[in-house]
Design a protein around this ligand. Structure first.
Ligand SMILES: [Fe+2]
Ligand SMILES: [Fe+2]
Length: 269
């Protein structure tokens, strides 16, 4: 890697987002509001999804994919697709889509799809592991585990959007795990886990989620949710081919969780 023009202080300065804080996409906020409103129903959800063609198409693709279509009958109506997936899965897919299309990542569409397919896959695994290791939700809700998985690498977006527009194109855009953390610390003085925590705090996410994201590369984090993210990320890096299309993610994740279930002993430590 070439010598860096960044250091910890200048990176943190850029990450403070004081004047032009990148906002959460409107669609993300709308979908979360519907999900959290006990008075809302599937019709409200269909309405917000229908206003975006890419999300509508994606919901139909998921509903017709092997993971959700045991009866092998194809459907082409959004309301039926939502009924088949269930409200929760529909919200999850629409939430991931709202981030994929609503956050301006300074890189090509292929890299953006790779980034969000990975995030969505880690989210599905995180929710599954939280349900398996903590069925009574003593360490937090399974929904927060999904969201922590979806947002675990958001610091990479923060570095790309706020610190270095060439982040996704230079070496750091193609490294994984410890190599990535090491390269980021050498180059920016801050790694993406810490950068993600800063952004999520500014967006007002709950503390438990921010902490989990900050420590998602630590296998021995004292935080249960961080260990869930760590294990989910490892599992996906080992099992999901890098260029998996977004609509194939659930099929592959569910199949791999069944055929090679991860060792969850670190979650009960
Ligand atoms: Fe990461
Ligand atoms: Fe990751």
């Amino acid at each position: 890697m070439t010598s860096s023009t960044f250091d910890r202080e200048s990176t943190l300065e850029l990450l403070r987002f004081s004047e032009d804080l990148p906002s959460l996409p409107d669609r993300f906020v709308k979908i979360q509001n519907i999900a959290q409103d006990p008075d809302s129903n599937a019709k409200d959800l269909a309405e917000v999804i229908r206003s975006d063609q890419a999300t509508t198409v994606m919901i139909l693709k998921f509903a017709n994919s092997p993971a959700y279509n045991a009866s092998h009958t194809s459907i082409s109506e959004l309301s039926k697709a939502i009924a088949r997936l269930g409200t929760k899965e529909t919200v999850h897919i629409a939430t991931a889509m709202s981030l994929m299309y609503g956050m301006i990542l300074p890189t090509g569409m292929a890299n953006i799809r790779i980034f969000w397919s990975h995030a969505f896959a880690v989210a599905l695994v995180a929710e599954h592991l939280a349900k398996t290791a903590d069925p009574a939700q003593q360490h937090g809700s399974h929904e927060v585990a999904f969201m922590a998985g979806l947002l675990h690498d958001i610091g990479r977006a923060a570095l790309g959007m706020r610190v270095d527009f060439s982040y996704f194109e230079c070496e750091t855009g193609h490294l994984h795990e410890d190599d990535l953390i090491k390269a980021e610390e050498e180059h920016y003085g801050v790694n993406h886990a810490e950068a993600g925590m800063h952004l999520l705090r500014l967006w007002g996410f709950p503390n438990e989620l921010c902490e989990a994201v900050a420590e998602h590369h630590l296998a021995d984090s004292p935080t249960f949710l961080a260990r869930v993210c760590y294990l989910s990320n490892q599992f996906i890096n080992a099992h999901l081919p890098e260029r998996t299309a977004f609509d194939n993610v659930a099929d592959i994740v569910f199949e791999k969780l069944e055929s090679s279930p991860p060792d969850i002993s670190i979650l009960n430590a």
